[in-house]
Design a protein around this ligand. Structure first.
Ligand code: UGA
Length: 431
């Protein structure tokens, strides 16, 4: 199949590379010339384990190409995937569809033969209907079908999630388009029967409902962890105890600093604004958003208690600053709110992140070190902010022999019992 991925960001690049790995001819398009030049030179603009090798291999086999020429790429392809960003409009909380509709207007002019137009961007329900309406002019008759195919890739696990999907959701009423996509995904779905065909609107809602459900699950365990702290119960026992009930499921029950990233915060808000538009009260999602927003205050309060409200001149080290491990993505990371708060309180901040220095922080006030030891040197408090493997078996005595070193583990990476035995002043979440 000849495939065009419009938008070479996270979704377009990962999905495009994986489709080429499955033997398709893929062209990834972007209007950012620098990005395309970098990609042509083998420089990958995002951090995603395994992606560089995947791109290298498929470029070498001439199955994967990069271009800024949208018209030509559309004309030469059978399947067009729309993979552009849908950022939150800060004023209305709605997903901003500017980029989606810009792309649609190019597709409209370049329908030289029948094409399946597949929307992978996360868009409000009924966007597929609007795209169809725009494309539906006389000369385009019978030349297209508009399909919704939401993506469920996690950053840091994206290639595995693509190659071994829990499900592939295809929303369309067209038999022809459904057959084309069924064949495209067959290498991934034939063994497990994970191909799910539904209506276009349902597919659009499945994406939002999935992310909002997962965000709610995390928020639920975070609130339960608050109760555990009051009752001297270990929340990780609760996660195991409830998660082993198959109706609940064990994943996404890790208590922590609250959900962040480019998807859950954006999609929960967008779903609320859709529900408002259709006059439906999604009170559970509303509570989730509110509770997660308030989590930062909880973290600040905990740090205040740990530091006994004494911040002036104290050195605080963050191990990891991104929104989770396995990614260089800083969007909605709790460090973005915690670090400025601690700087304001008069602390000196240092950090180490496996994905390098971050432009989000003021270099003069927030110091980056390229190794764990230097970042932790002479620190008063270590904050284990993300769950990278390299943070999981640290020898704190060697890292920082200070007698009253405090450790705040936001990801429950260590056993409180073992840490107590070693005489560390150790704090974690919900335990
Ligand atoms: C999420 C979904 O998991 C993907 O299925 C979806 O495709 C993607 O959004 C998207 O819409 O594009 P991602 O944002 O990469 O993927 O990250 P997750 O691994 O889901 O984590 C989201 C947040 O929840 C992170 O801040 C993470 O630290 C937090 N989390 C996750 C917890 O606090 N506890 C958990 O048990 C799991």
């Amino acid at each position: 199949m000849k495939i065009c991925m419009i938008g070479s960001g996270y979704v377009g690049l990962v999905s495009g590379s994986c489709f080429s790995e499955l033997g398709n001819h893929v062209i990834c398009v972007d209007n950012n010339l620098n990005k395309i030049i970098s990609l042509k030179n083998g420089i990958i603009p995002i951090y995603e384990p395994g992606l560089e090798e995947l791109i290298y291999r498929n470029v070498k086999q001439k199955r994967l190409k990069f271009s800024t020429n949208l018209s030509k790429s559309i004309q030469n392809s059978d399947i067009i995937f729309i993979c552009v960003g849908t950022p939150t409009n800060k004023r209305t909380n709605e997903a901003n569809l500017k980029y989606v509709f810009q792309v649609v207007s190019s597709i409209k002019k370049n329908l030289n033969k029948y094409k399946v137009i597949v929307n992978k961007s996360t868009v409000p329900i009924t966007t597929g209907d609007k795209i169809e309406k725009i494309l539906n002019i006389k000369i385009n008759k019978n030349k297209f079908d508009v399909v919704s195919n939401p993506e469920f890739l996690r950053e840091g696990e994206a290639i595995r999630d693509f190659m071994y999907p829990d499900r592939v959701v295809i929303g369309t009423s067209s038999k022809k388009a459904n057959n084309i996509l069924k064949n495209l995904y067959l290498p991934l779905t034939k063994k497990t029967n994970k191909y799910f065909h539904t209506s276009r609107r349902a597919a659009e809602l499945i994406k939002y409902a999935s992310n909002a459900f997962l965000a709610t699950k995390i928020t639920y365990i975070n609130e339960i962890s608050n109760l555990c702290e009051k009752l001297n119960i270990d929340v990780t026992d609760i996660s195991v105890g409830i998660g082993s009930d198959e109706r609940i499921g064990s994943r996404f029950l890790r208590a922590g600093p609250g959900y962040g990233g480019s998807c859950f915060p954006k999609d929960t808000r967008a779903l609320l604004s859709i529900s408002k538009k259709f006059k439906t009260n999604l009170s559970i999602v509303k509570s989730t958003v509110k509770s997660n927003d308030e989590r930062i205050k909880y973290l600040q309060k905990r740090i205040k208690e740990i530091m006994k409200n004494s911040f002036k001149g104290k050195k605080i080290t963050f191990l990891g600053v991104t929104f989770k491990a396995g990614t260089d993505d800083m969007r909605d990371a709790s460090s973005l709110k915690l670090i400025p708060y601690l700087v304001k309180k008069g602390s000196r901040i240092s950090y180490y992140d496996p994905t390098g220095i971050k432009s989000e922080f003021n270099r003069k006030k927030v110091k980056y070190y390229n190794n764990i030891k230097d970042a932790c040197n002479n620190s008063d408090l270590l904050i284990l902010h993300t769950e990278w493997n390299e943070f999981k078996q640290l020898n704190f005595n060697k890292l920082n022999p200070k007698k009253n070193l405090k450790i705040f583990d936001l990801r429950n990476l260590y056993s409180p019992v073992k840490m107590k035995k070693k005489n560390y002043e150790y704090y974690s979440i919900g335990r």
